[in-house]
Design a protein around this ligand. Structure first.
Ligand SMILES: Cc1cc2nc3c(=O)[nH]c(=O)nc-3n(C[C@H](O)[C@H](O)[C@H](O)COP(=O)(O)OP(=O)(O)OC[C@H]3O[C@@H](n4cnc5c(N)ncnc54)[C@H](O)[C@@H]3O)c2cc1C
Length: 451
């Protein structure tokens, strides 16, 4: 019998940890202890310097709905209908994300969303939230979780089993399991970093179209901006760490000013504190983390970024972490013991997180480069037309990932590759051969199960 009587530890009250807590409580677990190294975000100012806002899409929304939280989250959301592409010349064009009214993604403040989730978890008397408590790792033989109180400096331990580790990309739990030889970890870091800047409101109004995700693609690098509810935008510069155009080359104010004037002349005047922010905000690292396995017997399971952090170019890291929580929750009733539950969770989930990790990397090239390519734009239009004509078989890959949570990531990756072949084949002729399109689609793409 799975033991819901003993306390469950959740390490990390971030996005996945807080949502998981709500789901577990709704499932009837007994006591739940949550540990986070940050001060209580309900009492302190927002931490700056790491992605301030995020794109929430259908997979994340489905998980939040399952936990009964969407009514609290909805007021935080700003719909984004598509990518607003800003060329160097200043020309802009909106590339819609989908073609149905509900095919939108949403900008949401990380801090506000985390706040809502933490408050939802805290409403349940079974949940004990302990902030300012840094997990230092696990001691498997002694079955202990090691912690440090950041206020008193005291080190202490609590019973380990079971611990759900949602302590993010730098997971201390993962690192200690790795040090103990319990799992292998591969960290693939990009040679591009990111830095966040603020596009201020203009006369109290948004300086850019508010219902879009803005992109300034420049080949080897790009700037993006997502809207905030206070009419500002958070812009993120993705740029090589070293080389000709790089963070390293932007070492003084003049270099930063020249770079922005040359590459982003339309947006530079909209960032009033460009120099100060550029100097003050840290450049964050981006990478993919591959961990094998994600669990150790019935003692520990890693979820979210702790297990499988990905690069942010598909806007799916949080969405995938929320999907992890949903899957674990949906499996709980099938298993009597934690180990069997963890094993099945990992078996079902790994192919999908591997697939989204790959698609997220591929999307970087698309966002910073290919969105301006006429062939890409033509095939994107063709893909939308094929979706209109054959909606049960052909759904553009981006739409499968963002708007179709019923299609697992791995399936989106597989079908997406077949669809790409079909698009390239059809794109060879000057006029689309619709009879050929129908034949290829019927031959190669089985009908999708109804949503
Ligand atoms: C620039 C950028 C942009 C992004 N944009 C998007 C996007 O648009 N859409 C999207 O879906 N995803 C996006 N992501 C990814 C998203 O941020 C992550 O996938 C998501 O935060 C993962 O949630 P998590 O709960 O696993 O980890 P986190 O949200 O990182 O939470 C980890 C928690 O653990 C705590 N913690 C860490 N270490 C310890 C410790 N030793 N002891 C105790 N507590 C600890 C932290 O304080 C934190 O509260 C982006 C990421 C970046 C870097």
């Amino acid at each position: 019998m799975r033991d819901f009587d003993q306390p469950i530890n959740i390490v990390g009250a971030g996005l996945a940890g807080a949502l998981l807590a709500v789901m577990l409580v709704r499932h009837g677990c007994g006591a739940l202890r949550m540990w986070d190294r940050r001060p209580d975000p309900r009492r302190t100012r927002t931490e700056r310097g790491r992605s301030i806002n995020l794109a929430l899409a259908a997979r994340g929304i489905r998980a939040l709905e399952h936990a009964g939280l969407m009514q609290h989250v909805r007021p935080l959301l700003i719909p984004m209908r598509g990518r607003m592409v800003h060329e160097r010349s200043g020309t802009t064009s909106l590339q819609p994300y989908g073609q149905r009214a509900n095919e939108l993604i949403y900008s949401v403040s990380r801090a506000s969303l985390n706040h809502v989730l933490i408050e939802a978890a805290a409403r349940h008397p079974q949940v004990t939230l302990r902030f300012d408590q840094t997990c230092l790792g696990v001691d498997l033989p002694a079955n202990l979780l090691r912690l440090r109180n950041e206020v008193s400096g005291a080190h202490y331990t609590v019973d380990l089993r079971p611990t759900l580790a949602t302590d993010g990309a730098g997971s201390a739990v993962r690192n200690s399991l790795w040090s103990a030889g319990q799992l292998t970890v591969r960290e693939d870091w990009l040679d591009h970093d990111y830095k966040e800047l603020t596009i201020a409101p203009l006369n109290g109004r948004p300086a850019l179209e508010p219902n879009a995700l803005h992109i300034w693609p420049r080949g080897g690098f790009m700037l993006i901006a997502l809207p905030n509810t206070d009419q500002s935008f958070t812009a993120t510069l993705f740029l090589a760490r070293s080389g000709a155009h790089s963070f390293e080359s932007l070492s003084d104010s003049q270099a930063v000013a020249d770079f922005f004037a040359a590459e982003f002349p339309d947006v530079a005047p909209l960032i009033p504190n460009l120099m100060a922010e550029f100097r003050a905000h840290p450049a964050g690292q981006l990478g993919t983390i591959h961990t094998l396995p994600w669990h150790v017997s019935s003692q520990v399971l890693l979820l979210g970024d702790a297990a499988h952090a990905i690069v942010p170019f598909h806007g799916q890291g949080m969405n995938a972490a929320f999907e992890d929580c949903l899957l674990l929750d949906s499996l709980i009733d099938e298993f009597d013991d934690w180990e069997a539950l963890f094993t099945q969770f990992e078996r079902l989930r790994r192919p999908n997180t591997t697939a989204i990790a790959q698609m997220a990397l591929e999307n970087y090239t698309e966002m910073r480069d290919t969105v301006l390519d006429p062939g890409f734009v033509r095939r994107k239009g063709l893909a939308l037309e094929l979706e209109r004509r054959f909606p049960e078989r052909f759904i553009p890959r981006y739409a499968m990932v963002m708007f179709h949570p019923e299609i697992p990531y791995a399936e989106a990756l597989r079908r997406g590759a077949v669809q790409q072949e079909i698009l390239l084949e059809l794109d060879r002729a000057p006029q689309t051969d619709w009879a050929l399109a129908e034949r290829l689609i019927n031959e190669r793409l089985p009908t999708l199960a109804p949503a």
